[in-house]
Design a protein around this ligand. Structure first.
Ligand code: PLP
Length: 438
């Protein structure tokens, strides 16, 4: 077994562990190089702190802790109990919630557990349509959620030339709530650039006697920083992921009232999961504390300002921005005005070759399939962590336009790739990580 010198830096620690496995080590080194030398615009990604990474690489990965603090099925849980209590308490404090469950392995099981706590199989749930910005776990037929429950979907208003369209269609939400009488109404999206008003959803849910769940996977960090209206106290259950704008480890969490806490806890364990990942829970605790700091509020403000700057600069380059802009960390770009022949799939691939990482995405009422699409989804959470500001967003917009305009020109792609490398050297997410693996 490899010995790890006490007092090693995280990088030395990870390197030592992996010296016994050159194949995996080489893959991780390649991934470090990719993350540090290309621009990360995937809206659901971020760069965690080395403290978050260290916690998730800790000895807690060895611990089995089925159950909840004070009520475990195995022994030796004193530390695991405290770690999970600390994480729960920090989550409650950060979001002002009565009850927190930090065990969901990711956002998808958090959502399924919320459904299990609030409704019965076969019940009707009203949620956002996938091709209008909703998530697979909001009832897609290919997701277990769509097989277990009867989902009815709302969408967004039609596009308008002045940018006032493509907002959640609350008239439709209200009308469907009245006719379909759902047991649960779900708010939240994976590709929606405007503020989601939890108050209006609550009103509609109350009118028809439905429960209300808010999936805050994307805006969780903005909510924690006071940069998006908080659904806590309005929604019966709030689910979120810890790795997007919140900048923690990959994972999920659930917030709810003291009254619903037991139902949510039982839905996660024993309902859906086995033993919790206590190393990830330790990393969530670290991330919750980081998000409570004043610097995080500034970070969240900059994330939004950067998204606005990127949207404005892309609009000047001839791209249409869905919903006329953004209130949060992401924007959807409709590629058709820029070039009717250009698909999201081609744009994603060619940008990747130039060192700009993003994902294709359907735009509302997209005539193309989810594999091809007419749009791109771009997010600013990661590069804001790396220190970029509005000036860099303008540079990135012009690089994107150059690549997509002259996508057949290899020399142009190479020229952009070299500018991307320079930009990334100036904005390195891990500047003090001297070791090979960070
Ligand atoms: N809900 C929404 C709105 C999401 O955007 C996502 C992920 O992108 C999820 C749930 C699922 O999260 P995970 O990928 O962690 O399961």
């Amino acid at each position: 077994m490899t010995t790890i010198p006490v007092g090693s830096s995280l990088a030395e620690f990870v390197s030592a562990v992996l010296s016994s496995d050159p194949e995996v080590r080489e893959l991780l080194e390649r991934e470090v190089r990719r993350q540090r030398s290309t621009i990360q615009l995937i809206a659901s990604e971020n760069f965690t702190s080395t403290a978050v990474m260290a916690a998730s690489a800790s000895v807690l990965t060895n611990k089995y802790a089925e159950g909840y603090p004070g009520r475990r099925y195995y022994g030796g849980n004193a530390v695991a109990d405290e770690v999970e209590e600390v994480a729960r308490e920090r989550a409650r404090a950060l979001f002002g919630a009565e009850h927190a469950n930090v065990q969901p392995h990711a956002g998808a099981p958090a959502n399924l557990a919320a459904y299990m706590a609030l409704v019965e199989p076969g019940d009707t749930i009203l949620a956002m349509r996938l091709d209008q910005g909703g998530h697979l776990t909001h009832g897609s037929p290919v997701s277990v959620t769509g097989k277990l429950y009867r989902f009815v979907a709302y969408g967004v208003t039609p596009a308008a030339a002045d940018g006032s369209g493509e907002r959640i269609d609350f008239d439709q939400v209200r009308q469907l709530a009245r006719t379909e009488r759902p047991k649960l109404i779900v708010a939240g999206a994976t590709a929606y650039s405007r503020t989601i008003d939890p108050g209006t959803f609550r009103e509609i849910a109350d009118e028809v006697g439905a429960s209300f769940m808010f999936d805050a996977a994307h805006p969780a960090g903005l909510i924690a920083a006071g940069e998006h209206p908080s659904p806590v106290g309005l929604a019966d259950v709030v689910t979120f992921t810890t790795h997007k704008t919140l900048r923690g480890p990959r994972g999920g969490a659930i917030l709810t009232s003291a009254e619903l806490g037991k139902a949510v806890d039982s839905a996660i364990f024993p309902g859906l999961q086995g033993g919790p990942l206590e190393h990830t829970i330790a990393a969530k605790a670290v991330a919750f504390a980081e998000a409570a700091r004043p610097e995080f509020k500034e970070y969240a403000k900059t994330v939004k300002a950067n998204a606005r700057a990127l949207a404005a600069a892309l609009s000047s380059e001839g791209f249409r921005i869905v919903a006329g802009g953004t209130d949060n960390h992401l924007l959807l770009v409709d590629l058709r005005d820029f070039d009717p022949e250009l698909t999201g799939k081609t744009a994603q691939e060619v940008l990747d070759r130039a060192g700009i990482t993003c994902n294709r995405n359907q735009i509302p009422d997209d005539p193309r399939s989810p594999f091809v699409t007419s749009g791109l989804r771009l997010g600013t959470a990661a590069e804001t962590t790396a220190g970029m500001g509005e000036g860099e967003m303008e540079v990135i917009a012009s690089l994107i336009a150059r690549v997509l305009r002259r996508r057949e020109d290899e020399a142009e792609l190479e020229a952009v790739r070299s500018q991307v490398r320079q930009l990334c050297e100036a904005f390195d997410p891990y500047p003090s990580g001297a070791g090979a693996l960070i």
